[in-house]
Design a protein around this ligand. Structure first.
Ligand code: MTE
Length: 389
């Protein structure tokens, strides 16, 4: 396994290479952005070198499962520099009768389950909020879908015999905390932790989790914001109340009553983010692209957290009229659906928009719901294209 110094060396090398020879994908990125090579990653948009925050260009969202080298990476701090699987262990304590520690070999002996899940960072689309808000300026691609596999969290918890006082389950990762930054520790309610689909995942798309995605084990809290799925898991603690820490409060909260754009909400008028919204994206054609007139395939993805997408509609006339798109056949409860819309395009300039609806009665709004952290932007997606004869 590479040390962080090796890793940083590789990264700066990669940046130099990228500076010398612009990536093939540079045409597809918004002005001023450049895709660079990163070890284990393929042409991702770098949002932060310091803590490795990598975004997928939306053009990649043309497969149901996102290949791992195209899967976004979100790190709040440094990844663990040394991680020997032989030394790694997971401790489980707190409100349990039998605190325990599991090695990777012991964890691997537990029955494994698979969940196809769309993982989206709560801050995805933050750069599109108006007024702009501080934080990683994600475009549209801090999202991806993968098959996560590993033992159920409930099987691990049941081994330790959770007491009736256990109401929340806390995860601690092995991140290397820079300076006085608070560690990445968060908790989820016991009901979600005990759900049969919540995993201690050790695999992604059939292979061991790579380091960027939490090797050797991460929590997988399906349908919820990515922050609920702690990477490099080292400790699980059952608590009698929600964990109190920076990444629970003031981080990752949603206003009880969202106000006008620009309005700040007091922390006591907020609650923790949980499940994702209904949302869709146009993967192709790309924003700002020029295409030939004739039959055009407008394609993309749509997801709904713990809901199921029931419909996707496309508008080619700036939102005046909407036509149903065809949904792809591949589906799973927490996973996005691919969609496709065939349109006879005549020459001219167009705004193509997409909106999804789900079985919980939700439809995407025209503008993001304002909140000062820029979370959960699920506004209708739109691209502008030029169709030439
Ligand atoms: N777990 C740890 N230990 N440290 C982190 O910084 N980031 C969280 C979550 N788990 C994070 C973490 C956030 S905000 C997201 S969106 C997801 O991991 C991203 O998972 P990925 O990098 O595998 O795509």
């Amino acid at each position: 396994m590479n040390s962080r110094r090796d890793f940083l060396k590789q990264m700066s090398g990669a940046a130099l290479v990228a500076g010398a020879a612009p990536s093939v994908l540079a045409w597809a990125l918004p002005h001023g952005q450049q895709a660079v090579e990163f070890p284990g990653e393929d042409n991702m948009i770098v949002r932060s070198y310091r803590f490795v925050d990598l975004e997928s260009p939306v053009e990649y969202f043309n497969t149901w499962l996102t290949p791992v080298p195209h899967f976004f990476v979100r790190n709040h701090m440094h990844e663990p520099s040394e991680l020997d699987p032989a030394d790694w262990h997971l401790s489980l304590g707190g409100e349990v009768e039998k605190p325990l520690t599991l090695s990777l070999a012991e964890l691997s002996k537990l029955e494994a389950h698979s969940v196809v899940n769309t993982l989206e960072c709560a801050g995805n689309g933050r750069s599109l909020h108006r007024p702009q808000v501080p934080g990683v300026q994600w475009g549209k691609g801090a999202v991806g879908t993968a098959r996560f596999s590993g033992p159920r969290l409930r099987d691990v918890l049941q081994r330790a015999e959770v007491k009736s006082t256990g109401k929340h389950v806390m995860f601690r990762g092995l991140d290397e905390v820079p300076g006085k930054v608070p560690p990445f520790i968060r908790s989820i309610p016991i009901e979600k932790a005990m759900h049969t689909d919540t995993l201690v995942a050790t695999q992604i798309n059939g292979t061991a989790l790579p380091k960027h995605h939490g090797f050797p084990a991460r929590a997988l809290t399906p349908g919820w914001v990515g922050a609920a799925s702690c990477k490099w898991l080292t400790e699980i603690k059952v608590l009698d109340k929600e964990f109190e820490g920076n990444f629970m409060n003031p981080g990752y909260r949603w206003p009880n009553h969202p106000g006008k754009p620009g309005e700040a909400v007091k922390p006591e008028d907020t609650h923790p983010l949980t499940a994702l919204n209904v949302k869709s994206l146009i993967a192709s054609p790309g924003d700002g692209s020029t295409v030939h007139s004739g039959l055009l395939h407008v394609q993309g993805t749509a997801w709904a957290g713990e809901g199921d997408v029931v419909g996707v509609e496309v508008s080619t006339d700036d939102g005046r009229s909407w036509q149903p798109a065809q949904l792809g056949s591949e589906r799973a409860h927490y996973a996005w659906r691919l969609w496709n819309f065939q349109w006879k395009a005549k020459s001219g300039d167009y705004a193509i928009a997409v909106r999804a609806s789900d079985n919980l009665g939700r439809t995407q709004p025209t503008a993001p719901v304002w909140n000062q952290s820029g979370y959960l932007n699920n506004a209708i997606d739109q691209v502008r294209i030029h169709v030439k004869a």
